[in-house]
Design a protein around this ligand. Structure first.
Ligand code: PLP
Length: 386
């Protein structure tokens, strides 16, 4: 059976070139980067080369890049670490459409007495700028707003928020897990103090990410142990994965223009096909700037009373991997908090499908997916085939 992977926001396959770059680290360069002998020094050099590549990719200095185990840890370190280290300010501002790796530590801090605001988003998914102005003030320690949303691809105007945050003397963290490698993520141009990255969304290995921390920004560590990563992230450094991360980022930047426009044309073609097949669908994120590779649609509940999870399962039977955005929590299907935050009702939010394209997808995949989705929807709605 033909198989098509359209869930690149969840994770991406490892690029074979990344595998080749990592291979020597599993045998020759196996030393502990903190050891002072030749094996250790070789591992250290390799690690620092990788750090340098990542720093350059985001316009930072090497000393401002800290390796972590991934996006979740970087988000937690940024939020919990800054809120613990900053004195005299108790406020934390975020948005209601963040990834759970941001929302959950924020909720945890709210429970432990921090003054946390979850800002509303507009129907396009863009954060409400009036709410940013209203909530960011001289009691705010940190603002954490994602660069691009993982469900809809909606891109936030980070420099505009930065101007407000800077004006209030607060610190600014952004989660750039989905945008890095797809659109420029220069920390100086964006005006951020902290930025989260993850390798496995850009055809790199799982289990490694980084946190950019601007020089001088206070961040308490989550872990205590050895002094690795200048005390911010103790634990023996993962040299092979750091090398893979750097190579994945380097490759992504080398082809960012061509690949982004290629992905955009696939995404737009599928969007056009779906609008013709299902005239009542809602394209979530329509009207906002969006990442090139994500298409998120809701089947209007009245016209297409469908469950996203059922659509996902039926598409899976056709060999096509997509996702619905709803999370299975204790056996019950929760509609996506992102789509709900954009003002959609519960049934519409539940009838949502997300397609996310990557390096291996072609226009032929678009034709096949549109054709199979039409068959699946008609079958589910018990309508005759066309
Ligand atoms: N932030 C965003 C926006 C994401 O999409 C993800 C992964 O889905 C994460 C954070 C978590 O990253 P990781 O899987 O590397 O922990």
């Amino acid at each position: 059976m033909r198989r098509i992977y359209l869930d690149h926001t969840a994770t991406t396959p490892l690029d074979p070139r990344v595998m080749e770059a990592m291979r020597p680290c599993f045998s020759g360069t196996f030393g502990n980067a903190s050891s002072i002998h030749a094996y250790g020094r070789e591992a250290r050099e390799t690690l620092e080369r990788a750090r340098g590549i990542i720093a350059e990719a985001i316009g930072a200095e090497s000393a401002e890049v800290f390796f972590t185990s991934g996006g979740t840890e970087s988000d937690n370190l940024a939020i919990t670490g800054v809120m613990s280290a900053v004195r005299g300010r108790n406020g934390l501002v975020t948005s209601s459409s963040e990834h759970h790796a941001v929302l959950d530590p924020c909720m945890h801090l709210a429970e432990s007495g921090k003054d946390v605001s979850f800002l509303p988003v507009e129907s396009s998914g863009a954060v409400d700028m009036d709410a940013v102005r209203a909530h960011v003030g001289d009691g705010t320690a940190l603002v954490s707003i994602m660069h691009a949303n993982n469900e809809t691809g909606t891109i936030t105007d980070i420099p505009a928020i930065s101007a407000i945050v800077r004006g209030a003397g607060a610190l600014f963290h952004t989660d750039a897990v989905q945008s890095a490698g797809k659109i420029p993520v220069n920390v100086r141009d964006m005006g951020v103090d902290l930025m989260t990255l993850s390798a496995h969304k850009m055809h790199g290995p799982k289990g490694i990410g980084a946190l950019f921390v601007r020089r001088g920004v206070p961040v308490d560590p989550l872990l205590r142990g050895g002094g690795q990563e200048r005390g911010r992230r103790p634990g023996t450094e993962n040299v092979p994965l750091a090398v893979g991360f750097a190579e994945a980022f380097r490759l992504a930047l080398g082809e960012i223009q061509e690949e982004s426009s290629r992905l955009r044309s696939l995404r737009d073609a599928l969007e056009q096909r779906l609008r013709v097949l299902f005239p009542a669908i809602i394209v979530n994120g329509d009207g906002a700037l969006r990442l090139p590779h994500i298409l998120n649609v809701s089947f209007g509940a009245a016209d297409y009373p469908l469950e996203g999870e059922m659509l996902v399962m039926n598409m899976d039977l056709e060999g096509i991997a997509v996702t619905s955005g709803s999370a299975c929590t204790s056996g019950s299907l929760e509609p996506s908090h992102v789509i709900r935050a954009m003002g959609r009702d519960e049934n519409t939010a539940k009838a949502t499908l997300r397609f996310s394209f990557g390096r291996s997808n072609t226009m032929d995949d678009v034709d096949y997916v549109a054709e199979r989705l039409d068959i699946v929807v008609r079958r589910m709605l018990k309508k005759p085939s066309r």
